[in-house]
Design a binder for this molecule. Structure first.
Ligand SMILES: [Zn+2]
Length: 499
């Protein structure tokens, strides 16, 4: 109770969809409050997916800096307790209650309470709370993970998710009404599942939103929170219809070269097809074909290797396909590197299928995240496709094909939807819409500033003072900066590892 900030995450609530729904009178209860507040499109990370967006939201860092993360290390960090970065609620021990936030499993110590969200929590049996004893009070919170019934019967999906969210909100409400917190946060991951599985079933989606609007509004009133934020981590769209084979395109343009038998296009296509159909076989094939001597591996500037690629002659490749291209900077002087990068961007802009551009927006790392990625094994250019397309990595023969991957039951997707939603309202929030670019990693430093914490110098996000009322302390206070705090956590981690 008496929160300075009540934060509600609505996973996947697209900015355009939010505006459409609220003009129809949905979000009616929260809207009455929101009208006096502040609304903005929120630019999320590229790729626009939860395991990338949420770590940036929590830490104020761009995905380039999340250690061994999805962008920087080409893998998902599934263990929150091992991430060597502070989250906004961990600075100065801001007393917090964090419930159902995705990417917070395994929980780690905080001044307050935490119930980890569904994305990486394996099952109801896992230890998903901090403190550990809290689990007995929230028993059954992750029951849904053990049967996943919403996947089996899409007709029942909405009612299952609705019921689950209601129960989770009840747990949240009970936790925060009995204690005073500075920040209370609830993340609704079910909204994302609903858009994935029930895209186009607008009446069901409306029904769900009405429920959540009602519950949030009543919690907001009851807690007497000073300020409230509603936000999402990415947008949403209809699921893509076509795969665009990006490495094939790079090969056709001579940026990527194959060696030996792999020059035969059909062999590559076959490996890819087999890999998709038989996951195990795919993994084995991948292992056989990509094992290289360690030394050789170090000679290339790529974060990831594909079977049959001649890395001695390759200048660019798409490591995971759907959001970026890496250049072989070890073989390129900086000016050459920049020239080739611009050339690729120019060529991608011209790629068309059925008369439409396949690549909607393309950025250099400087344009997107403000830093050059030259000499780093991360993508050097980033993009989103037109929502009809998703880029895939094979370097075979075909350039475009009907989509091969994915669950046929899902109708919505968000790999190309970086427009998320940000809404704030309350005693300290001014009632104007924000016109400047507002990024998901700006939220952490803005909250820290509100709580009078110095912003660590290595934080990428900016304090957005413009959301605060002119007469508020947060607006009047000078922004201060401090040396990075990460080292401390790393030191602690090392200490923990010593027996
Ligand atoms: Zn999703």
């Amino acid at each position: 109770m008496n929160e300075k900030f009540l934060i509600i995450g609505l996973d996947g609530l697209d900015w355009k969809l939010f505006n459409k729904f609220s003009s129809e009178g949905l979000f009616n209860k929260c809207s009455k409050e929101i009208e006096q507040g502040f609304k903005s499109r929120l630019d999320t990370t590229i790729p626009s997916i939860t395991p990338v967006a949420l770590p940036s939201f929590m830490t104020g860092l761009t995905p380039l800096k999340i250690k061994d993360g999805y962008v920087s290390g080409q893998k998902r960090v599934k263990d929150f307790s091992q991430i060597p970065h502070e989250t906004f609620w961990e600075y100065n021990d801001i007393k917090s209650c964090i419930v159902n936030l995705r990417c917070t499993y395994k929980p780690r110590e905080l001044n307050g309470k935490l119930v980890a969200g569904d994305l990486y929590t394996p099952s109801e049996k896992s230890d998903y709370t901090y403190p550990k004893e809290l689990k007995s009070k929230v028993k059954g919170f992750h029951d849904k993970l053990d049967n996943r019934e919403y996947r089996k019967s899409v007709e029942k999906c909405t009612s299952i998710l609705k019921k689950d969210t209601q129960e989770k909100l009840k747990v949240f409400r009970n936790l925060i009404l009995n204690e005073d917190f500075d920040i209370s946060l609830f993340w609704d991951g079910n909204m994302d599942l609903l858009f994935h599985y029930r895209w186009g079933k607008w009446n069901e989606i409306r029904e769900y939103i009405e429920m959540i609007d009602d519950k949030i509004h009543s919690i907001y009133r009851k807690t007497k929170a000073k300020n409230i934020i509603l936000l999402s981590d990415h947008g949403f769209d209809r699921k893509h219809q076509y795969d665009f084979h990006l490495n094939t395109w790079l090969k056709k343009k001579s940026y990527l070269k194959m060696k030996g038998l792999f020059k035969l296009d059909y062999l590559n296509s076959l490996i890819y097809k087999l890999g998709i159909k038989h996951k195990k076989l795919g993994r084995i094939l991948n292992k056989i074909t990509s094992t290289n001597k360690k030394k050789e591996e170090n000679d290339f500037a790529f974060s990831r290797r594909y079977p049959g690629v001649d890395y001695n002659k390759t200048l660019a490749q798409a490591p995971k396909g759907f959001w970026g291209i890496e250049l072989n900077w070890k073989k390129l002087e900086k000016d050459e590197y920049e020239k080739i990068r611009s050339k690729i961007i120019g060529e991608l802009e011209k790629v068309k299928h059925k008369g439409k551009r396949v690549f909607k927006d393309i950025w250099t790392s400087e344009e997107l995240y403000g830093v050059s990625t030259y000499e780093k094994n991360v993508p050097d250019l980033f993009f989103v496709n037109h929502p009809n397309y998703r880029c895939v990595p094979p370097a075979g023969k075909k350039l475009v094909s009907k989509t091969a991957e994915g669950n046929p039951k899902t109708k919505g997707g968000h790999e190309n939807s970086p427009c998320a939603t940000f809404i704030a309202q309350g005693d300290d929030i001014k009632s104007k819409n924000f016109k400047n670019k507002f990024n998901i990693y700006d939220i952490a430093p803005t909250l820290l500033h509100y709580f009078g914490v110095s912003i660590p110098k290595n934080m990428d996000g900016k304090v957005r003072k413009g959301i605060f009322k002119k007469n508020s302390k947060a607006y009047q206070r000078k922004i201060t900066y401090s040396e990075e705090k990460e080292k401390e956590r790393i030191k602690n981690l090392v200490k923990d590892l010593k027996f």
